[in-house]
Design a protein around this ligand. Structure first.
Ligand code: SF4
Ligand code: SF4
Length: 456
């Protein structure tokens, strides 16, 4: 056999060994036991045929070696060729505004026996029976729920209470002395500063009526029409910790959700206050006090696309983020939506969240026409009833989503492939299933947060 073929076989085997070993080490660091053992095994198994052909004489050695090399590098090139990248996802516009009173958190605030309760179900009798189901459960962060642990639940409650104390600060007085700003420069400044404050990403959209709830549904805003005359919306995403999310639906998920609502909320409060000091109107939209539908704003601000589970799918971390928003009349330059077809195309074939959802709230079907737009819609009643059983915000869908892997070289190579090639998307899904499992089991509760405390 020619020397060049022998060298190509040996180089390929070394490359495969090094790549698989590196992937195994990354997986070990990520505490992904299954991926670690599989990458490690592959680092031994994959190089064998190449080494065997290079070192031992067999019949048809040369044609076998050439076919093996062509198959290896040919399939690699095929997967990396941009294919279907230019196809754009149209920005779908909802035909009407959402009434916040119909969201589960708003319905959860209704107290039986009150006039508000009766008024709501007189208007929406179809929700009464289904809502009685979640009311019959222990409830969020309540003793008696299946994931109840006093220390983590108290931690989450403390984070929610801190956000609660900040809710009244979403607005404030505006400086009468206006600082003249350049829209491009100030927008860039806000993006840079918010990242310094801990945001993963920041984008700017023109505020549209469909971004706003029609009527408020939480606390003192209940039953009041939402009036917001601002022209722009600035969306911020913050990362949810992978380890805390991976143990979902244990109490770590509610700790992390609460903490990231707080972190994203603080960023929004600071930026809104900053804008008001420059002499412009600005309102922060934080947990429990949103006038806007955050995922829609963030999508239009170019931070991601809406996926099968109805959440914002960001390019770097998929749905493993929380969002806050600032609306303002500060003149700004808006960002373009991603228009990336790759997310919805991947969601169409993936369905991993639907498979993993313990309450079967996520659809396996193709996108449907709902309220004038093509999208997926989860069954929010089924989802919320499970939350009230667990006492936590389940989060299995976020945990298993292939986009939720950490933002590092190993996963970013796969993300580039998913973005560029529809062929690669199918391959990536099989890879994800192979290395992480089709229905990955919840990870262990984070060791640092484990306690033996019980309620007396
Ligand atoms: S798990 Fe799959 S189908 Fe579900 S949102 Fe993530 S990529 Fe889409
Ligand atoms: S949070 Fe849990 S119950 Fe709700 S949609 Fe996701 S996986 Fe299903």
């Amino acid at each position: 056999m020619p020397n060049s073929i022998n060298i190509a076989l040996i180089i390929t085997s070394c490359l495969l060994f090094v790549i698989m070993l590196w992937a195994a080490m990354v997986s070990f660091h990520e505490k992904e036991k299954r991926a670690f053992s599989r990458f490690l095994l592959l680092s031994i198994v994959l190089p064998i045929p190449y080494l065997f052909l290079a070192l031992f004489k067999i019949d048809f050695q040369l044609p076998t070696a050439i076919i093996l090399l062509i198959l290896t590098y040919g399939s690699l090139i095929l997967l990396l060729i941009p294919f279907g990248r230019k196809k754009q996802q149209p920005v779908s516009i909802p035909s009407h505004q959402i009434d916040e009173r119909d969201t589960m958190f708003s319905r959860n605030e209704l107290i039986p026996g009150t006039e508000t309760f009766d008024n709501y179900y007189n208007r929406k009798p179809a929700y009464k029976e289904v809502d009685d189901h979640f009311r019959a459960k222990a409830g969020l962060l309540k003793p008696g729920s299946s994931q109840y642990k006093p220390i983590p639940f108290a931690s989450a409650d403390a984070s929610f209470e801190t956000i609660g104390a900040l809710r009244k600060q979403v607005n404030g007085s505006v400086n009468k002395n206006i600082t003249k700003t350049n829209p491009d420069e100030i927008g860039q400044y806000i993006k840079n500063w918010s990242k310094k404050l801990g945001a993963l990403d920041c984008g700017i959209a023109e505020l549209k009526p469909y971004h706003l709830y029609s009527v408020g549904g939480r606390k003192e805003r209940r039953d009041k029409p939402v009036v917001n005359q601002h022209s722009y919306a600035i969306a911020f995403t913050v990362e949810m910790d992978k380890e805390m999310v991976s143990a979902a639906p244990s109490a770590s998920i509610v700790m992390e959700s609460a903490q990231q609502y707080l972190e994203s909320g603080i960023i929004a409060l600071q930026v809104a206050s900053f804008i008001r000091k420059l002499g412009y109107q600005a309102r922060a939209h934080i947990d429990g006090n949103y006038e806007v539908v955050c995922p829609l704003v963030a999508r239009d601000a170019g931070l991601g696309e809406i996926g099968r589970m109805g959440l914002l799918m960001t390019p770097k971390l998929g749905p493993r983020v929380r969002i806050s928003v600032v609306t303002t009349d500060l003149p700004l330059i808006i960002d373009k939506p991603l228009h990336s077809h790759s997310f919805t195309d991947f969601c169409t074939i993936c369905k991993k969240c639907a498979d993993a959802c313990p309450s079967q709230a996520i659809s396996f079907d193709p996108m449907q026409n709902i309220d004038g737009i093509k999208r997926w819609q989860i069954n929010q009643e089924k989802c919320f009833t499970l939350w009230c059983t667990l006492g936590t915000d389940c989060g299995r869908c976020i945990s298993v989503c292939p986009y939720s892997h950490p933002d590092n070289l190993l996963h970013n190579i796969v993300r580039v492939g998913i973005r560029n090639s529809s062929l690669f998307r199918k391959f990536a899904l099989h890879l994800d299933d192979f290395f992480y499992g089709r229905k990955p089991a919840p990870a262990d509760f984070p060791e640092w947060a484990a306690t033996n405390s019980i309620n007396l």
